[in-house]
Design a protein around this ligand. Structure first.
Ligand code: HEM
Length: 513
């Protein structure tokens, strides 16, 4: 006792503890460094995740990934246990149906309801496969018939909004495109749009809240400590979005919860995720929610899936509409060519009115080229989406990844590879897609499609996103002449796992047909 007391009161206690801490940090850094020393990368990244934390807080995470891959080659070390790549083949190998790789802790941050994992957050590969199998028929439009009709209604609302409110006036497309995608997704998910386009205002201050949410999400996905703080009961109680909130993401949660609850209303025993079956109304509606209910997802599972669908789907598609529209308007030659293709199809009677069908739009090769080139220039969901090397490690294209290595994708570097896309890879040039020979075109497709993930992890909403994008670009161009309202001013653009844009003012004039 006396010895312990002596130790605690010793003047050497603080320096001693400090020395131990330094020793611990140095030994930890050396151990970390040695783990994956065969991969080159920024020196600080090899010993601590502080490097990527610092990049995130400066809005530079994706830029620093890109720079590191240019400087050190691919794959490159980006954290003590983290390697990043710009190679679609590696990602495709990792994600193949029978691959033994698994999701890394990055996906823990995608769990927004402490009670239940979603298809996008679960690290239980069997649970993931099971959820995918149950939902894929709805997502790809095989088992439901509402995706196109619901999207069409919102496209008509969007065109009307521009005609009636913004004709000849500046419109911030960074905001209205978000209204559009939020309405499409809610209409497709549960047959009822949020009503953003008709109201033409950020009903729940979602736009502002989502920007803050995305920066927090980037930190949480890349750092265990941040996850521990953000997802602690105290922090959740204080700051996490709740369906009782009046503004922000909370009301979106509430609407999703209410829509799901309505479907389950006929069966009182179903609340709280007990695996109960749906009411008759729930199973008979052939929309996404009806399909999930019909496949046996319980109420809580439907709630978390509806939320993922809205949040994941809205940010990504919105970002693509914004960036591609700006790229088109900044390239008059490209814009004129696309418009000529659409006008010729209209003149031939190959495009329905008031909204082009997805099948018709897919017959327009230059439109396809513009959409894929836009996605290539600014891949919308560029977080790491990292996976873990299996027991015993794995060798891919001659590179050995030791067991437990976390491997993430840098979408921007993959999509701007000069050895694939040529010396002008940094330039928006849709013609590369139409001019390419079949083998090169196949390589472009294989590479850029990987921004949707691959194999057993591929984005479930890819079909819905494509339906939205094809329709919206045809109708925006068929119906309006466009100009950037103040080209010298520029826009606000940065990224936190998703590109965020602000102040994208465009002026539209209805075209005479
Ligand atoms: C341009 C638009 C989009 C892009 C680029 C995109 C990209 C992605 C990516 C990269 C992933 C993760 C892949 C991985 O974990 O390795 C993903 C997953 C997912 N996305 Fe999308 N997405 C888009 C639109 C949508 C839309 C509109 C929806 C909903 C309607 C959606 C729903 C989902 C879901 C549910 C998952 C989880 C799939 C799974 O874990 O099995 N996405 N998406």
């Amino acid at each position: 006792m006396a010895t312990l007391l002596g130790l605690l009161t010793s003047p050497r206690l603080i320096p001693g503890l400090a020395a131990l801490l330094v020793l611990y940090l140095v030994v930890g850094a050396v151990v970390n460094y040695r783990k994956l020393r065969q991969f080159k990368g920024p020196p600080l990244a090899a010993v601590s995740r502080i490097y990527i934390f610092w990049q995130s807080v400066r809005h530079r995470f994706h830029i620093s990934e890109y720079e590191a891959l240019q400087k050190y080659g691919s794959p490159c070390r980006f954290g003590p246990n983290l390697v990043i790549t710009d190679d679609a083949d590696i990602i495709r190998h990792i994600s193949a149906p029978r691959s033994a790789w698994s999701r890394a802790d990055w996906y823990d941050a995608m769990r927004h309801d402490p009670r239940q994992d979603s298809v996008f957050s679960t690290k239980d590969e069997k649970h993931h496969a099971d959820l995918r199998a149950k939902m894929i028929g709805a997502y790809i439009g095989r088992d439901i018939d509402t995706i196109e009709p619901e999207t069409d209604k919102i496209v008509v609302d969007f065109v009307n909004l521009i005609k009636t409110t913004y004709s000849g006036k500046a419109m911030d497309i960074s905001i209205t495109s978000q209204f559009f995608t939020l309405d499409v997704l809610s209409a497709v998910a549960f047959g009822q749009p949020f009503g953003y386009v008709k109201a033409n205002r950020d009903i729940y201050n979602y736009t502002q809240a989502s920007t803050a949410f995305l920066s927090a999400l980037e930190l949480a996905s890349n750092h265990a400590f941040v996850r521990w703080v953000f997802y602690s009961p105290l922090f959740r109680w204080l700051a996490a979005p709740k369906d009782s909130d009046e503004f922000g993401i909370g009301p979106i949660l509430r609407i999703a919860h209410d829509a799901v609850a309505e479907r389950f209303a006929g069966d009182q025993s179903s609340s709280g995720g007990g695996g109960a079956k749906a009411s008759v109304a729930g199973t008979t509606r052939r929309d996404m929610l009806g399909h999930m209910v019909g496949k046996g997802l319980n109420q809580l599972e439907c709630e978390v899936e509806a939320y993922v669908q809205i949040i994941g789907g809205a940010e990504s598609t919105t970002s693509t509409i914004r960036t591609t529209m700006y790229l088109l308007l900044s390239n008059p030659g490209v814009y004129a060519k696309l418009r000529a293709e659409i006008d010729a199809a209209v003149d031939r009677g190959d495009i329905s009115y008031p909204v082009v069908t997805y099948a018709q739009a897919r017959q327009l090769p230059y439109l396809q080229a513009c959409i894929w080139e836009g996605l290539r220039m600014y891949p919308p969901l560029f977080g790491l989406k990292s996976k873990l090397a299996p027991p015993g490690g794995d060798t891919i294209k001659g590179i050995y990844f030791p067991e437990g290595t976390e491997v993430g994708l840098c979408d921007a570097a993959m999509c701007r590879r000069k050895d694939i896309f040529g010396d002008d890879a940094d330039v928006f040039r849709p013609d590369r897609w139409v001019d390419a020979d079949p083998a090169t075109r196949a390589l472009y497709d294989r590479t850029v499609h990987t921004i949707f993930g691959a194999g057993r992890y591929e984005c479930l909403g890819k079909h819905i996103a494509m339906v939205e994008l094809h329709k919206v670009f045809v109708e925006l161009i068929r119906n309006f002449d466009w100009a950037i309202s103040n080209p010298l001013k520029g826009i606000v653009h940065y990224g936190h796992g998703v590109h965020v844009q602000k102040d994208m003012f465009l002026t539209a004039w209805p075209r005479q047909h």
